[in-house]
Write a protein of this length. Structure first.
Length: 268
């Protein structure tokens, strides 16, 4: 299915009818970061090379309210799949918070070392196929800004797309207690906040979560390089979604009066 067709389906089905229009740039391209293919050839383009289940450490699933009904349903197709990786992705207003659910299901309990769960943010340049910017300054000046908080009260900041040193976070799980200690270390829910709008493209922010293996006692390598090297031992699992920030919140049609506090605005 073509990128343009998926984009049209995503806008038509994921969002309820609204007078608010999300402008689309005609030159917007599907990029490697949509899959995201820039991290490793395993992600998307050549997945058949890595289907050996015995090397999977865990299954990871990141979900949001992609159809704006106030409920995040793992079994609802409108909250998953193409809606997560096709612009506009999840649409946030400036100052609006939306709950994200992180589901981690262990496959292996006999590994030795550390299970490292990570969350990171990256901007997408839809003017080029790679999705990459020439410099970080170019990325920061061209894309939307978001923050990810541990709770809805914003007491602990996990990720800030505008701060070079705060663009990812990680949770380390020691194998001596894995997987029994997962609930106390890896959060089940986090909250993403829209800070400033996208200036050019929709879906120009990508939230990526991974779970990978790291030898106990080894020195900490750079974030992305360590995961690439360890793919040969235990397969890194991932999930991701695209995000668009606009000036005002997108129209919602809650089925439960937002009882689950999936959305929060500055006026709440």
């Amino acid at each position: 299915m073509s990128f343009i067709l998926l984009q049209s389906i995503s806008v038509a089905l994921a969002a309820p009818p609204s007078n608010q229009k999300i402008s689309l740039e005609e030159r917007a391209l599907e990029t490697n970061r949509d899959l995201p293919g820039d991290f490793h050839k395993y992600y998307g383009q050549r997945s058949t090379l890595y289907r050996d289940k015995e090397r999977r450490l865990a299954k990871l699933d990141l979900d949001g309210d992609m159809n704006y009904d106030g409920k995040i349903d793992n079994w609802d197709p409108a909250d998953n799949g193409a809606f997560q990786q096709t612009p506009p992705g999840l649409v946030l207003g400036v100052g609006e918070l939306s709950k994200l659910i992180l589901r981690l299901t262990p496959y292996r309990v006999d590994f030795r070392g550390e299970a490292v769960v990570t969350m990171e943010v990256a901007g997408i340049n839809r003017s080029v196929k790679s999705g990459e910017f020439t410099t970080l300054n170019e990325e920061l000046s061209s894309t939307a800004k978001v923050k990810i908080w541990k709770d809805i009260s914003k007491t602990e900041l996990l990720v800030d797309s505008s701060q070079p040193t705060k663009r990812y976070c990680e949770w380390v799980v020691d194998d001596t207690k894995y997987p029994a200690n997962l609930p106390g270390i890896v959060p089940r829910t986090v909250y993403i906040e829209g800070i400033s709008p996208s200036s050019k493209f929709t879906g120009d922010i990508r939230i990526l979560v991974t779970v990978s293996h790291r030898d106990r006692g080894s020195s900490r390598e750079s974030f992305t390089e360590s995961r690439k090297k360890l793919i040969k031992r235990f397969r890194t699992s991932f999930d991701h979604l695209l995000v668009t920030v606009q000036a005002t919140p997108h129209k919602k049609e809650f089925i439960n009066a937002n009882a689950e506090k999936v959305w929060s605005t500055p006026s709440d």
